[in-house]
Design a binder for this molecule. Structure first.
Ligand code: ACO
Length: 325
């Protein structure tokens, strides 16, 4: 029996020009390149320019994805944008992207699941496409975390960066077999009991301010690997897949130690892991599509490859997706 699948038509990304190195951070606060690299694997991050908003990064990533797919923006009827750093409290940053692309039909909205934002957005778009409600979706992860960092808090400000990535999905009839192209399965989880471990200490309803990111780093670390691997086992179980079948593991790029420990626990070979945390830092919802874009551009991820995605972040939220490229 055939199945309607969300097939990836293309992907693209955008990084602000300005690169902030660990050495520059060490000149400003009590930290060192060695400490940051050893604990996180991060060497540098990109920082949005004054006047450069999340929507600007998202629009650039969306244009790159449209070019990669070789399709006209007018054929997009759904935009789902994962972000925790929208231009404004409302309207959604997704409608700014929609307007900039000259799209006046369909639907565009933001989705907030912090670092899991891209997986949640991908799953949402996938489920809409599978119902037939929309035909072509633009799924974006875009962030300007530099705007919500306390640059005097060395425990958090060294970790994050700005950027955006996007993929285009199209609903396509596939044979309904394990070899189908497209999104094969997605799994989303949340547990609000952990909400105070990683949060922003402001907001429109509570303080009427934007606030700054606060994190109990050790607590996040402690839960990350277990949550990530659990939700990946869900994806394996749902599809009858094993770690051996995976061609590429493209995890949320929070911390090299979390990624290495997750891959090790899952028995995924290091050479199958796409790592960009060294160059991008943690770009929250943008990190997976940014890493995907790098691996597609350099020829690693090819049509037909089985690609495993995962993320974990504030909430806590976490999720996985298995995609045949
Ligand atoms: N430079 C130098 N020293 C630092 C820095 C820094 N940037 N930050 C903290 N320290 C110090 C602390 O003050 C502490 O000093 P003390 O022992 O004198 O008190 C010491 O380093 C150890 O601090 P810890 O917070 O216990 O350090 P830890 O080894 O846990 O590393 C880190 C901190 C890197 C944040 C780690 O906990 C981590 O990676 N956690 C996961 C957090 C994460 O990735 N969050 C991203 C969002 S969630 C997600 O995307 C999955």
């Amino acid at each position: 029996m055939t199945a309607l699948r969300s097939v990836v038509l293309g992907c693209g990304s955008y990084l602000p020009q300005r690169i902030l190195t660990n050495a520059e951070l060490a000149a400003r606060i009590d930290t060192s390149d060695e400490w940051i690299v050893q604990r996180t694997g991060i060497r540098q991050r990109h920082i949005a320019a004054e006047g450069e908003f999340t929507s600007h990064l998202a629009i650039n990533a969306a244009r790159a994805a449209l070019a990669d797919a070789g399709i006209d923006a007018q054929s997009i009827d759904l935009i789902v944008l994962g972000t925790s750093t929208p231009d404004n409290t409302f309207p959604a940053t997704a409608v700014a992207v929609q307007a900039a692309l000259g799209i006046h039909h369909g639907a565009a909205f933001d989705l907030q699941a912090v670092c899991s934002g891209f997986i949640f957005a991908l799953s949402t778009a996938d489920n809409f496409l599978k119902t037939g409600a929309f035909k072509r979706a633009l799924v974006i992860g875009a962030e300007t975390f530099s705007r919500i960092l306390d640059w005097n808090d060395r425990g958090t400000c060294v970790l994050f960066g700005d950027g955006a990535g996007a993929v285009i999905l199209e609903a396509q009839e596939q044979p309904g077999e394990p070899g189908d192209r497209g999104i094969l399965t997605t799994h989303l989880r949340s547990d609000g009991r952990h909400k105070a471990k990683l949060y922003v200490d402001g907001g429109p309803s509570s303080t009427r301010t934007v606030g700054y990111l606060r994190m109990e780093g050790r607590e996040v670390f402690k839960h990350a690997v277990g949550m990530i691997t659990d939700v990946i086992y869900d994806a394996f179980k749902a599809t009858g897949t094993t770690a051996e079948d995976i061609d590429w593991f493209v995890p949320h790029q929070a911390n090299k130690r979390i990624i290495d420990a997750s891959a090790h626990k899952l028995h995924i070979a290091p050479q199958k892991v796409v790592l960009t945390v060294d160059l991008h830092g943690n770009t929250s919802a943008a990190s997976i599509p940014l890493a995907l874009s790098v691996a597609v551009k350099d020829g690693r991820v090819k049509k037909g490859d089985l690609v495993l995605l995962e993320a974990m972040g504030g909430g806590f939220t976490w999720g996985s997706a298995l995609v045949r490229w």
